[in-house]
Design a protein around this ligand. Structure first.
Ligand SMILES: [Zn+2]
Ligand SMILES: [Zn+2]
Length: 185
């Protein structure tokens, strides 16, 4: 298995050649992606990724060329991650999972201002609606694309339990375990 660099040089890929890569918590920037997920809900405290956290992504990359768009890259990704975050109510560390599949296309930055692509999040290409990204200088930032897709998909409001009572707004007592004088009113 070849390690995929976080940013790839388009011209180094064969034309119309399908390439498969695995990105996991054991590969350098797979680990970074997992750590970025882990620090989400409390930016001031970085949560170390515990042993049970994991990430497994299968990526399919295909360099294509068309007269209209020149060189571009098609990306298909299937991804699953288990990461650690904090409950939004009581701030206790908890495990969350994330599962997503996406199809994206990276086209040259020089098309970014064309009416067809300007302010668009997707592009219809090769019979499919795909997330639209741009690359500059022949470099496609795969990690950044995955990062964005993961952050768009992850649960924005993690709760360690549906009936979490949270913290007292005044004294900070964890009301799942204790009560405080402020709760009487
Ligand atoms: Zn909670
Ligand atoms: Zn209180």
């Amino acid at each position: 298995m070849t390690d995929l660099p976080s940013s790839i040089t388009l011209s180094k890929l064969g034309q119309n050649q399908l390439l498969y890569f695995d990105v996991t918590e054991k590969t350098p920037w797979g680990r970074e992606l997992l750590e970025e997920l882990n620090e989400l809900h409390d930016q001031e405290v970085r949560i170390e990724a515990p042993a049970g956290n994991s990430m497994n992504a299968n990526l399919e990359l295909e360099r294509k060329h068309s007269t209209k768009l020149g060189d571009h890259l098609l990306i298909h990704a299937d991804l699953e991650a288990r990461y650690t975050t904090t409950c939004i109510r009581c701030l206790v560390p908890m495990e969350e999972s994330l599962k997503l599949s996406f199809d994206a296309c990276a086209i040259n930055q020089e098309f970014a201002n064309e009416p067809e692509h300007k302010d668009q999040a997707t592009v219809y290409i090769e019979d499919m609606e795909r997330e639209l990204y741009f690359f500059e200088n022949n470099h496609v930032d795969i990690k950044e694309i995955m990062h964005e897709q993961m952050f768009l998909t992850k649960n924005p409001l993690p709760l360690h339990s549906d009936d979490c009572k949270g913290l007292c707004q005044i004294c900070g007592t964890n009301l799942n375990h204790e009560s405080c004088i402020h709760m009487r009113n």
